[in-house]
Design a binder for this molecule. Sequence first.
Ligand code: ATP
Ligand code: MG
Length: 356
Amino acid sequence: MKKNIAILPGDGIGPEVCEAATKVLSEIGKMYQHEFEFTFADLGGAAIDKTGTPLPAETLSVCKKSDAVLLGAVGGPKWDTLPGDQRPEKGLLGLRKELDLFANLRPVTIYDALAEASPLKDDVIQGVDLVIVRELTGGLYFGEPRERRGEGEEQLAVDTLVYSRKEIERIVRKGFEFAEIRGGSLTSVDKANVLESSRLWREVVDEVAKEYPDVKYSHMLVDNAAMQLVRNPRQFDVIVTENMFGDILSDEASMITGSLGMLPSASLSQDGPGLFEPIHGSAPDIAGKGIANPLATLSSVVMMLTYAFEMKDEANALAEAINDVLEAGHRTADLTNDASNALSTEEMTNQVIDAL
Ligand code: ATP
Ligand code: MG
């Protein structure tokens, strides 16, 4: 199969982890007779330096023509003094909007070999394998009006939490789809005891559920979900929730693993290309040193193979290769206290390729 992949290395360690990804993708292409074609484009600080804007029109057009987009990371201290609307992060927000990426997926997987990094006890985290499906383009972060009113003592600040039935339906349907693909269950998280938008959310979930009779589903209040995630994360398979709850819960869930350098994400639209990226940032403190952990980005490639290309065998092979190198004891600096034995980005990438 031929696939066009837009590569947006971005800033900090972004280019380093993207290089690992293209190397591994090329290898998979050779093994399975696929033609992966890479088109590089600028985003974030790198784009600001070259063109003066964090999301150049050229980048957007490359992404729109692609079958999938791989992103490294954006941002860094160099651009922190710019006004808010000209920051590197604006480039990513703009891209999400332009590609209509309404579904954000954050899997949380515990690797046995890294279990000691978790702040939670062994018996609590063993076998944790869940994915949070977060609505990304609606809700409190986008609702209008959002404004200040009045002055001094009388001043008010207003944000608006609004969801249309349509917006809820499409994200909830994604949740059920993924639960069906995984052969698992769905937990819908809301705050229906106080929020009207959550009551509509619950109604829609109950309706959509009728189309997925094989998927076991339940409702959970967000405060309870926050507690259950650390009390007994194994009870969850797919969690679907609105934007702000998903923002908070997915950061909480990511800490279950204790290894930021390991976690991937995917943002998907209805029909267009999806965006795949590690959840970690640009890590300016280690940028350019060649020591960044590439595994979060390689796991994002696993998601790309799965969700964008439906290449199940290829995805499984890469996921297994990642697991194998960890089982064999290979570690980048962020995963070990034994600095003298830490692998560089390139060495770790080569280990994965060998394992493949
Ligand atoms: P952002 O605001 O972009 O999310 P951040 O400040 O939250 O960034 P990161 O840039 O992700 O955080 O970095 C947090 C810490 O984790 C840093 O010390 C960084 O070096 C480390 N880190 C992040 N990603 C990796 C990685 N892939 N490999 C090794 N260390 C990493
Ligand atoms: Mg951060």
